[in-house]
Design a protein around this ligand. Structure first.
Ligand code: SF4
Length: 365
């Protein structure tokens, strides 16, 4: 299959690994930002094939994992209201809130519907003019254009019973926050290819300049990731710090300009809370004043919630690359995909789920 087979080619992977072994001298900690990249690393055992002096740690790039508990609780509150149809991507239904999850609310009679895109939610709004349809709009820059377009379209069509509960996060401010933390031990980043398909990688220039840290935009197949690691190692060994692009088949420097325009039209930058990480300045998107009529937070009188994570869940340290899922005492014991304690075990992209699917036997044995 074109664009799949060649990026899973064993011979090519071996050649890249050999080049990494020949190049590396120092000890380097590299972070892949995206949960999809984490899953590829675990699935193909890339971390175990690398030289021992290269350590991979896993970043905060799983949209479900970083959606604040308070947002999940607000969605739960909305879903329990008889006038509301709560629409969401499937992953969010199993994410535990403070007391329950959307699946349980649905089982108790709440009208919760899984959709594949925000335009599906808009369609449900058109079909149900006597109900209030709320779309749980979460994610990184990747989902922001489609979510923005749905809100823009609702305004254009004057669909008054549609709104969005927004929890959008941005990658560059998260890297800045990680690098500013005294606990950070990351020497180089693999930036998420799909985010950069939308945003380009121009905005990483200031990060490499300010922190002298190399950043390589990477894809999601094993050959992509090995090549991105090699590019980082080459920079680190040469004492360089540049923003580079491995994922050239999809990403260019400036990104998708029309997609960026619709994001800017509908959203503005705001401080954002990341689950397990805390508030990061200017790291989120909220609806502009002109679109306030479509903001579920403003339309519904939602309580100001403050929620705590389960005490034994160490996802805050996992999402910042300080610890790994196997360091968590609850991993694969009290916390499993069937009974998740924290979001990184729920989401298909979560680091704990990746370790559970591909490494738990090694840990147990
Ligand atoms: S294994 Fe479960 S409890 Fe532990 S950090 Fe991951 S999600 Fe949290």
């Amino acid at each position: 299959m074109q664009y799949i087979d060649e990026y899973r080619d064993a011979g090519l992977a071996r050649r890249l690994l050999g080049e990494i072994f020949r190049t590396v001298r120092g000890r380097w900690v590299l972070m892949e930002i995206c949960g999809g990249q984490t899953h590829t690393i675990m699935r193909y055992g890339l971390d175990e094939l690398l030289p021992k002096n290269i350590e991979l740690v896993h970043g905060p790039g799983c949209p479900v994992c970083v959606t604040p508990l308070e947002t999940v609780d607000k969605a739960l509150e909305l879903a329990a209201r008889p006038e509301v149809i709560l629409t969401s991507y499937g992953d969010m239904l199993r994410v535990p809130g403070s007391a329950t999850d959307l699946f349980t609310v649905k089982a108790r009679g709440g009208d919760v519907r899984v959709v594949y895109s925000p335009t599906d939610a808009l369609k449900i709004a058109r079909q149900n003019p006597d109900r209030k349809v709320v779309f749980l709009a979460i994610g990184f820059e990747t989902t922001a254009p489609a979510n923005a377009m749905a809100v823009w379209q609702a305004k254009r069509e004057k669909i008054g019973n549609f709104s969005a509960l927004i929890s959008h996060v941005l990658v560059p401010p998260a890297i800045r926050a990680l690098m500013t933390s005294h606990e950070c031990r990351v020497n180089g980043f693999i930036a998420p290819g799909h985010v950069c398909t939308v945003m380009g990688y121009e905005e990483y220039d200031s990060l490499v300049r300010d922190f002298r840290v190399p950043i390589v935009v990477g894809g999601f197949e094993p050959v992509d990731l090995l090549e991105a690691i090699l590019m980082l190692v080459r920079q680190l060994e040469a004492g360089e710090a540049k923003a580079e692009n491995q994922y050239v088949r999809s990403v260019n420097y400036k990104g998708n300009l029309p997609a960026q325009r619709i994001i800017r039209e509908v959203f503005e930058i705001a401080d954002q809370k990341w689950r397990g990480v805390g508030v990061i300045p200017n790291s989120g998107l909220r609806l502009r004043e002109e679109y306030a009529a479509y903001d579920a937070e403003r339309i519904f009188d939602l309580q100001l919630l403050s929620a705590d994570e389960p005490a034994e869940c160490i996802s805050s340290q996992i999402l910042r690359g300080i610890k790994k899922p196997t360091d968590c005492p609850a991993f694969a014991v009290r916390c499993t995909p069937e009974n998740p304690l924290g979001a990184p075990m729920v989401s298909a992209e979560g680091a704990c789920a990746a370790y559970y699917h591909y490494r738990r036997h090694a840990v147990a044995g």
